[in-house]
Structure formats: structure tokens, C-alpha cells
Design a protein around this ligand. Sequence first.
Ligand code: FES
Length: 84
Amino acid sequence: MPMPETVSLRINGKELSVAPGTTVAAAILIAGHSAFRRSVAGTPRGPLCGMGICFECRVTVNGEPHARSCQIECMPGMEVRTGD
Ligand code: FES
């Protein structure tokens, strides 16, 4: 079966198409969001390490909170929520 040329997902309710293999973190940045989550004090936080260690890139994916977006590949129909 041929690989799709793009993968469509929704970020904060808005549809976005990305290349297969794109991480959720990259898709969020492509969509123009910078606040992936909020600290307990309410300050915006975003990816730091890009390799699953810092946990600063956590978002909600398909209703599951605290997903490390730098470690997750975009899948068709995925629903992502950020701290924006
Ligand atoms: S950017 Fe550090 S865990 Fe994702």
C-alpha cells in the first residue's frame, strides 16, 4: 500500500496537513502555536530538549493529557490541544 503524501490532524480544532513522520511538536510549531502548555503560575511553556527528557512539550492528544509531543508521530485524524 502506498504511503500517504500528507497526514491530516487537528490542532486546537483547526485542521493541518503535514508530511508523514512529522512529530506532533513540529506540527504545533508549523500551526503557529508557541504555548504548548502552561506552568502552574500560568506562564507559557514549549519544547526544550526535543528528545523526551524535559517534559516541557506536553499537550493533550486524543483526550490524553501530558503527552510528550516531541515523541509522538502525527497520525490521521489526531486531535491535539495545546495550552494556547
Ligand atoms: S521537548 Fe523535552 S520532552 Fe519533548
